[in-house]
Every structure is written in C-alpha cells, then in structure tokens.
Design a protein around this ligand. Structure first.
Ligand SMILES: *Cc1c(COP(=O)(O)O)cnc(C)c1O
Length: 423
C-alpha cells in the first residue's frame, strides 16, 4: 500500500488512462479499473503553492539537493529524507559540440554525478520517503540495474531493508553495487519484464512497498526535479529542446511534469520541446509516435539493445512518456546501437561527460534531430546524460574500439615513447 497522509498542496491523483480523480490519501498505487496499468499522476494546488514558494525563496536556499523543491513535491515539510546528496547535478555548456552540430547552444546535464551514478537516485530517494510514510518495513523494486542500484544505495544510507529483482544479464558494475550495499538480490533468469512481474507478485504477497517504475506514481515526482534544476540553472528561461533517452518512459514523463509544474506556478510561459530517444532495438514508443497507435493497447515488442537501461518490451510509463513529446511539439526518434556506442566517445570528448550507453543515446538522438532538421541554428538544447560511463565499462571499451581509438603499447622507456609517438 502507498501512503495515507493527506497533504494540503496535493489535490489528488489522476488516472492517466481515463482522467478519474482519486483523493491525495488514496491507499493504492494505480487506478483499480485497469489492473497494473492505471497509472496515476499527482496533482497540485498551484495557487496555494505559489503563495508560499517563490523563485526568490529558491534563490535564497543554500540546499542544493532535490529537496529544495519540496513545496512542489508530495512529501510533508517534516518528512525525513535520505542523507545522501541527491540532485544538484552540474549542467555544462558544451560549445564545441554546439559548433559541431551547428546549434546555438548545447548543455549537458550530468546525472552520472548522483550518489549511485544515475538519475534513478531522484526516484529512489522519493520512494524511501513515501515507504516510511506508509510504515513499510521492506521496499522492493525490479530494474534493469540503475533503479535497483539507486534504491539499494539510498536504503543503505538509512539502514532500510530492501529486496531487488534484476535480470541476470545486468552489467556487472550494477550488480556489484547491489551486493556492496547489502540488498537482498534476486538475479532473475529472464528479461526485465520477467523481473518486473515477479517483483509485483512478491510485493503483493509479502506486503512490501513497491518502487516499480511506471507503477508507483511518486517516481515521476522524484525524477521531475532534474527538469526543475534545468529550468532554475537557466534562470527560468526554458531551453528550446530537451533530449532524453527512454526505456519505461518515466524520466521523460518526469521532465515533462517539471515543465507543467513551472507553467502551473507561472514561472515559465512555454514548455521546451521534449524529444524521446530510443534504441532501434527497443523502439516501442517511436513505433507508436510514427503510427499514431494508442499506447494503452499497443502490444509489447521484443527489446534487444546494448543500452540495457533503455531496454523495455512494454514501456511501463508509456502514456506519460507519449504525452511528453506530443504535448510539447517534440518527437520520438530511434538511433541504432552503433550510433549509441559512437556517441559515448563523442560526448566524452566534446564535453568531458562520460556516459553509459543509455545516457549517450540522448546525444545520438540530438545528432539525428539535427540531421532531420528538427532542431537548428537558433536552438538552445539540453542533453540529459542519465548515467555514468563507469556503470558499463565493457560497452565503453567496445565503443572506443569502434571509434578506432587504441592506446600505445610500449616498453617503459623514453625512446619507446618517442618511437610510438612518431608512428
Ligand atoms: C532508467 C534509465 C533510463 C531510462 O529511463 P526510463 O524512465 O526507463 O525511460 C535512461 N538512462 C539511464 C542511465 C537509466 O538508468
């Protein structure tokens, strides 16, 4: 069960399938009318919030973590939050990338700088606060790896019991994180979908608090803080476009939510166009964007991509994800695995940000959007680099080999170095 606490700035939870409103203290994760698919969206009383939370308050607040946006989040003023520093990630100007692409400005927000090295920390921090509010003893999640590592690390910071389900094929670094943090780890012989279904069954059976993406409505509210930071860093002058890689579609939905919140408060007048980037091997939402098919009923695909964090047969948060592009004048674009791998060194060399494949996919998508004329010379563009390159060193090595980058193998002498440098 989720929370039972009423908060005066939350007006309710709206089912994204049919718009039915549930009370703010509704004790469930999803609308009961649609099985596990009736995803809810938290709604706020912006007038009330605007009366006690201003841009000047933010400017005067020395707290750089995601909790600086607490008046816009579904948590009580006095709720205890994890001690790890989540949020406040840097956004770098990358003029060489902008020049290469012929754009006015390219900014790279580095979510690899989070405590467990991906954007997922924002959602997992929120999950822990909501789980404690609900009095849960155990928190669980299924994940392709990063959401699990995030929950695991944040739980460790608070001594919170947790059970994790990941596909056995998850990159080793992510599994190492789970084990180091001391989670109870189930490596599931199957896909992310299999891990997800098992986690759902187990949480219902044991009464564990469920953090699953595209099921627990509060995850969007944690992830949106990345979007709020983008806006605040730019002095509430929205960029023209934001590029986000998409698996389940929860991050992109969160970025969109940030824009809606900022518009609701009157802090920005228009939303940037939001572009969702998927791998050609995991392109459910691109297919639906192109065909106009309803994502509520569209059948799952069979996903396979090098970018494990964005591999999803059936994007769980697909309704919010599709709205993010269609309601902002953005689009869904597909990039190949080779284009994703090529983007790892390109982004690293052009900005100093080393991303895992799913993070670099957003940059590969920007290249595609430039080629297709979707963004151009006047545009200021933000690329959300969602996770650190150290998460998946094997893919990084593959990427640099593809870019024909080889180290010099030399004897430990100056003459050997000189010889190598001359060839
Ligand atoms: C989870 C994740 C994504 C995709 O987020 P969704 O909410 O599943 O769309 C992208 N990049 C990284 C590094 C991730 O961990």
């Amino acid at each position: 069960m989720t929370s039972g606490r009423a908060l005066d700035h939350v007006t309710g939870l709206v089912c994204v399938v049919d718009g039915k409103m549930y009370p703010a203290d509704f004790a469930g994760y999803v609308s009961p009318d649609y099985g596990n698919e009736g995803i809810l969206d938290v709604r706020y009383d912006y007038e009330r919030i605007a009366g006690r939370f201003t841009q000047a308050d933010l400017a005067a607040n020395p707290d750089r973590t995601m909790w600086r946006y607490r008046p816009l989040m579904p948590v009580a003023d006095d709720a205890e939050v994890p001690p790890l520093t989540v949020g406040g990630t840097p956004m770098y100007d990358a003029p060489r990338l902008a020049a290469d692409l012929g754009l006015a400005q390219v900014l790279v927000k580095d979510e690899g700088r989070q405590p467990t090295a991906s954007l997922k920390d924002r959602a997992s921090a929120m999950a822990i606060v909501k789980a404690r509010e609900a009095g849960a003893e155990v928190i669980t999640t299924a994940s392709t790896g990063n959401a699990a590592a995030a929950l695991s690390g944040l739980c460790a910071s608070m001594g919170q019991r947790n059970v994790i389900f990941v596909p056995a094929s998850a990159p080793e670094a992510k599994i190492a994180q789970l084990l180091a943090y001391g989670s109870t780890v189930a490596l599931v012989d199957g896909t992310y979908t299999d891990a997800f279904e098992l986690c759902m069954e187990a949480s219902a059976h044991y009464g564990w608090y469920n953090r699953n993406t595209g099921y627990n409505p509060y995850m969007t509210e944690g992830k949106k803080t990345a979007g709020l930071e983008i806006l605040e860093d730019l002095g509430w002058e929205p960029p023209d476009a934001i590029f986000v890689s998409v698996g389940d579609g929860s991050i992109i939905g969160g970025v969109h939510k940030a824009m809606k919140d900022a518009m609701g408060l009157g802090w920005i007048e228009r939303s940037p166009r939001i572009f969702g980037i998927q791998s050609a091997g995991s392109d459910y939402l691109v297919q639906a964007f192109e065909s106009g098919e309803d994502v509520f009923t569209k059948a799952p695909i069979s996903a396979d991509t090098v970018a494990d964090s964005i591999s999803a047969d059936l994007p769980r948060d697909r309704i919010k994800a599709m709205n993010a592009a269609t309601q902002t004048g953005g689009a869904y674009l597909r990039v190949t695995d080779d284009e994703i791998l090529a983007a790892v060194p390109t982004l690293a060399r052009g900005s100093g940000v080393f991303a895992e494949p799913a993070g670099a996919a957003a940059y590969a998508g920007l290249i595609k959007a430039v080629d297709n004329g979707l963004v151009g010379a006047d545009d200021r563009v933000v690329v959300l680099s969602t996770g650190s390159g150290l998460k998946d060193v094997a893919s990084a090595m593959k990427a640099v080999a593809m870019a024909k980058t080889e180290p010099m193998r030399i004897a430990p002498s100056l003459s050997a170095l000189q010889e190598a440098l001359n060839t």
